[in-house]
Design a binder for this molecule. Structure first.
Ligand code: FEO
Length: 395
């Protein structure tokens, strides 16, 4: 059996992207990303999802490697975001008799994006499609990550084609399954992928997980990252915890600082956290670190402290962006502290206080507002905040 045949009659035909700098033109890709597509060969051949437009040729080559000149009968579209759907028009040109399979929302988007509205099969939740030795059932999982998203389950091989769910950044270097790869890089990239892309849709992920609870899953074929076989339970557990906003003990300190004064407050807090037994402390200078990585840390750890100078009577711009990103993702269950600084008129602390209130978090009672530069009194307040945070982390 070729390495690309991941189960009986199921072939990996996806691609690796090591060229794109930012996924969705937003999120850095230090390890690249894979766009996974799968071909089921049977009496009827079925393609599950496609790839990003610039990789269409490679997708078509890989399909031809498996089935030669034989046709594809169905294209199952689990997700319409163009990193998976962009090749649909080309697939239709090469396989003009192919039937596009999706739910009503999918097919509406197929028409909107690609102008195609014929040779389609509109399925409802729970519908099945037998293609020979393989029987596929369709499970609607809206908002994981778009409204049309669904998953497809192959009963005979107990394989779940899960769309974006259970996905992660990182290319597939050689191997395809988790058993064939060193999976170390994927775990952090899974948290970053989830927090960046799916993070807003925690309740939808929870609904999907409940829907999948009765299904016997041996293999997960996501649209990004390894095919999960050995680590199925771990991967489901990670998505379960992230979508409940459950986090580990540890504190993220995200701060902006123009000339280093606000950074000094962050350093004082970090030292005192460590002195009080907090082992996981991650500091992010928001002007230096991409928000993608800061969100990853925030989804990972339970404690969050944000510091900002006052800038044009508002928060420092990069801090303001970060707070918006956190609010957009409706991050829950965090213990929060904040501090700020100003030179002639304070505004940062006022804005961080409003942010804290809007997030409904467990907010530390102490807040620190520094004028111009650090003093022994400000250092004491920083330490007191750190001790309060440490006691809640250690509780
Ligand atoms: Fe990988 Fe939501 O697309």
């Amino acid at each position: 059996m070729k390495i690309t045949e991941i189960a009986e009659g199921i072939h990996y035909v996806g691609v690796n992207d090591r060229c794109t700098h930012k996924f969705e033109n937003l999120w850095p890709l230090p390890y690249g990303v894979s766009y996974n597509a799968y071909l089921i060969t049977d009496e009827k051949n079925v393609l599950v999802d496609t790839v990003e437009a610039s990789y269409t040729d490679r997708l078509l080559d890989q399909i031809a490697d498996v089935i030669g000149d034989r046709p594809i009968d169905y294209l199952v579209i689990n997700h319409m975001e163009p990193d998976h759907s962009a090749s649909i028009r080309f697939i239709r040109q090469k396989y003009p008799h192919i039937t596009l399979v999706g739910n009503a929302k999918t097919l509406d988007m197929v028409k909107g994006y690609y102008g195609i509205d014929d040779n389609t099969l509109c399925i409802k939740n729970g519908d099945t499609l037998n293609v020979g030795r393989h029987t596929l059932s369709f499970h609607l999982t809206p908002m994981v990550h778009w409204p049309e998203t669904m998953m497809t389950y192959c009963h005979e091989t107990r394989t779940l084609f899960s769309g974006d769910a259970f996905g992660c950044f990182g290319t597939l270097d050689g191997g395809i399954k988790d058993t064939q790869l060193n999976t170390e890089k994927y775990w952090g990239e899974m948290v970053r992928y989830y927090s960046n892309i799916v993070g807003k849709y925690g309740p939808a992920v929870q609904t999907a997980l409940k829907k999948l609870a009765g299904i016997d899953i041996q293999t997960i074929c996501s649209t990004h990252g390894p095919v999960w076989e050995q680590e199925v339970n771990r991967v489901i557990d990670i998505y379960d915890r992230l979508s409940r906003y459950e986090a580990e003990p540890g504190v993220v300190i995200a701060y902006g600082s123009m000339y280093g004064h606000t950074e000094q407050m962050a350093e004082e807090i970090a030292r005192e956290l460590a002195a009080n037994g907090v082992e996981n402390i991650v500091m992010h200078n928001v002007s230096h670190d991409d928000p993608s990585f800061i969100l990853q840390s925030i989804f990972r750890y339970r404690g969050l402290i944000i510091g900002s100078p006052t800038y044009s009577n508002r928060l420092y711009p990069a801090v303001e962006t970060l707070t918006q990103m956190i609010a957009t993702r409706e991050v829950k269950h965090r213990t929060f502290g904040y501090f700020g600084s100003f030179t002639w008129a304070g505004a940062a602390v006022k804005h961080l206080s409003a942010f804290a209130e809007s997030m409904k978090w467990d907010t530390l009672p102490c807040c620190i507002e520094m004028k111009q530069s650090i003093t022994p009194e400000i250092k004491d307040l920083c330490k007191a905040m750190a001790r309060e945070m440490a006691s809640r982390m250690n509780a």
